[in-house]
Ligand binder design. Sequence first.
Ligand SMILES: Cc1cc2nc3c(=O)[nH]c(=O)nc-3n(C[C@H](O)[C@H](O)[C@H](O)COP(=O)(O)O)c2cc1C
Length: 348
Amino acid sequence: MANSEESISKRKKEHLELCSTDRVSFKGKSNGFENYDFMHHATTEVILDKIDLSSNFFDKIIAFPFLISCMTGGTSEAENINLRLAESAKHLNIGLGLGSLRYILESDSDLSHLRKIREKAGEVPILANIGIAQVIELKEYSKIQKIISELNADSFVVHLNPVQELLQKNGQYNFAGLIKSLERFITAVQIPIIVKEVGSGISKKVAKQLLEINVKGIDIAGAGGTSWAAVEILRNNDSLNNDFWDWGLPTSYCIRKVNKLKKDYDFLLIGSGGINNPIEIAKALALGADITASARIILQTLISKGEEGVTALISDWFNTVKKIMYLTGSESIEHFQKNKIAKTKDLI
Ligand SMILES: Cc1cc2nc3c(=O)[nH]c(=O)nc-3n(C[C@H](O)[C@H](O)[C@H](O)COP(=O)(O)O)c2cc1C
């Protein structure tokens, strides 16, 4: 996710180290979910065991509306993390996002590790990932096609990270020509494109601009969880009072606003950014997310409890989501998205 002058492995190592702690959280801004509460439905007739959370991810079905967000790649430690996450994703039948594959574009690296990730993950959706700065620079697409075929990738994710690039030493924050480059990329890459932020959110206006050029998924990756400004501030040993630490649109706001575009466009709305528990997952779904996703908490759980811990965490989360659906009288996610959540201030 960054500039070419410093070594990728050093940068990846520092990202992993910092993200294994909570030092990189937003300080004075939340994801906004605390402003909502569920509509308790005392006459629920829903049969808990019959609630089906299986969801579409383009043309595949996943067991829960959840993706492991794009994180890492490009070093042996990162490959090991991806293989272990692939194991959990396969076990649960959920999607797996990979971190930026920029290192492949910039070297002659052997791609056999991508095939290993696909083997470990079985048939679950795998999302390849690249930054917008690389999309703008791309002259030809043969390596991109090779990545897609080695991974048998189900989607290519392009991340937008202007705050991070702006705060990074030698960051590539000149995004002039972004929309045209993205359009070319979408035409060249024949699989569905998801555009995501990395923790500063995607507004309705930006989402509309992206949907107009045929982006098929929007991961709003809003503010309130991991701050990539914070990651770069800490890497640079800059002042902790940096004005941009808490920059961005809260996750709940982005989901609510971008959801309004569903009446005009057919796309997958992915809700992420500081989603760290089942209440937040349920609120994201109730506000309109088709799929939810988390990054840092998954990495931290992998480090502390291994792949079994990740599997247990996600499956516990969705057991609780089912109970919330039962209590709101929602037999399906579609039903859950109809007035099952309210602003807390209106519940007085
Ligand atoms: C260690 C780590 C590395 C990340 N690397 C990438 C990346 O390469 N590409 C990307 O799109 N997002 C990357 N992200 C951002 C996440 O996908 C996510 O959008 C962001 O961290 C907000 O989610 P969270 O609050 O659940 O962590 C990374 C996140 C973490 C924790």
